[in-house]
Design a binder for this molecule. Structure first.
Ligand SMILES: [Zn+2]
Length: 351
């Protein structure tokens, strides 16, 4: 029998072995003393001297190939037996436990915790609030009158609870921003107030690479005597220094939000293409501009303070809010916001 035929025959038998017992029989037939491979080796001295080295080499390769095939088949059979035993066909308490799959924290959760740590270190409280809100706390108390045009920018999911009003201040909705928690905070606490509000918010939007119906914001609120725009800028700069471990230039542009006056768009130097001189060279994240629109902010509107029974003559405050999803997307170069809520393990396992 040629070495090649012997090899084909042996490997076919290894593959066909359905139990450990059958596999051991194949092992004995080929690899034992007196087995097929041993017989082949024993025949070498009787061969033509020129043939001997060639056949010797082939026999050793054959032996190794059979050993490897048997080891692989054995591992497969063991795994299959274990799986069969675990599937309940006779419970065997001596079997090792199934390996535990360990998950990881969602990237949004990881960065949210980082943000919370920075603000906790600055003496802020971290507040939470309900995701279903009344029109009053989501809009009216934040200086959006019922027919305020800015309401149209917030594509709102309206809800109707049994017996709830269909119009007016008591209408229920999924909060469109985390700002209602600021109202709740000012209603519940006396100044000084220093708090951030991370949380989920909802907009009735057509999802695309940069829009989701469910996303995350972090808002901040400080109310005290003598609070100024300087405090706002200094606080955000300090936060960004901790978050990016870089000193970033910032700029304020006028921006309109009903609940602040004056209101600003807060831009930061792009931390991803920052040069040693403090300028940013321009990259994909900042769309070559060197600046990133980081958040909206401003001084809390006196109407908002009054709606919460805070003495607007005595106290001033600042507020800011940024998108947590966008921050995570920048940090990890994620180009589609829809990955976050997709539940796709191929995405989540990367964090
Ligand atoms: Zn850049």
């Amino acid at each position: 029998m040629s070495v090649e035929t012997l090899r084909e025959e042996a490997l076919a038998q290894v593959g066909a072995a359905a139990t450990q017992e059958e596999l051991r029989a194949v092992d004995r037939r080929y690899l034992d003393k007196g087995g097929e491979v041993a017989k082949l080796l024993a025949s070498i001295p009787s061969l033509d001297p020129a043939e001997r080295p060639k056949v010797g080499r082939a026999a050793n390769e054959l032996k190794q190939a059979i050993e490897e095939a048997i080891a692989a088949r054995r591992a497969d059979l063991e795994a299959a037996e274990l799986a069969a035993a675990r599937s309940g066909a006779g419970f065997d308490p001596t079997l090792p436990a199934a390996p535990q799959e360990r998950g990881s924290l969602h990237p949004i959760t990881q960065v949210r915790r980082e943000v919370e740590d920075v603000f906790l270190n600055m003496g802020y409280a971290v507040l939470d609030g309900p995701e279903v809100e009344r029109d009053y706390t989501n809009f009216e108390a934040l200086n959006f009158h019922p027919d305020h045009p800015a309401r149209e920018e917030y594509d709102t999911f309206w809800c109707r609870a049994e017996g709830s009003a269909e119009s007016g201040s008591d209408r229920l909705l999924l909060r469109t921003h985390t700002s209602p928690v600021q109202i709740r905070a000012m209603q519940a606490m006396d100044p000084p107030i220093r708090a951030i509000v991370p949380g989920r918010v909802f907009r009735h939007e057509q999802p695309d690479a940069s829009h989701e119906h469910t996303f995350h914001q972090v808002e901040g609120l400080v109310v005290d005597e003598g609070v100024t725009v300087g405090h706002l800028t200094g606080t955000l700069k300090g936060f960004l220094r901790e978050l990016f471990q870089k000193d970033l230039d910032v700029r304020l542009r006028p921006g309109y939000f009903p609940f602040v006056e004056p209101g600003f768009e807060f831009d930061i130097r792009c931390p991803f293409c920052l040069q040693p001189d403090g300028a940013s060279a321009g990259c994909r994240v900042c769309k070559k501009s060197g600046w990133i629109e980081f958040c909206g902010c401003g001084m809390v509107h006196p109407n908002v303070l009054r709606a919460c029974d805070v003495d607007a003559e005595r106290y001033t405050g600042f507020a800011f809010g940024f998108g947590l999803d966008r921050l995570v997307m920048m940090r990890y170069s994620i180009d589609d916001i829809r990955y976050f809520m997709s539940g796709d393990l191929r995405f989540l396992e990367q964090f």
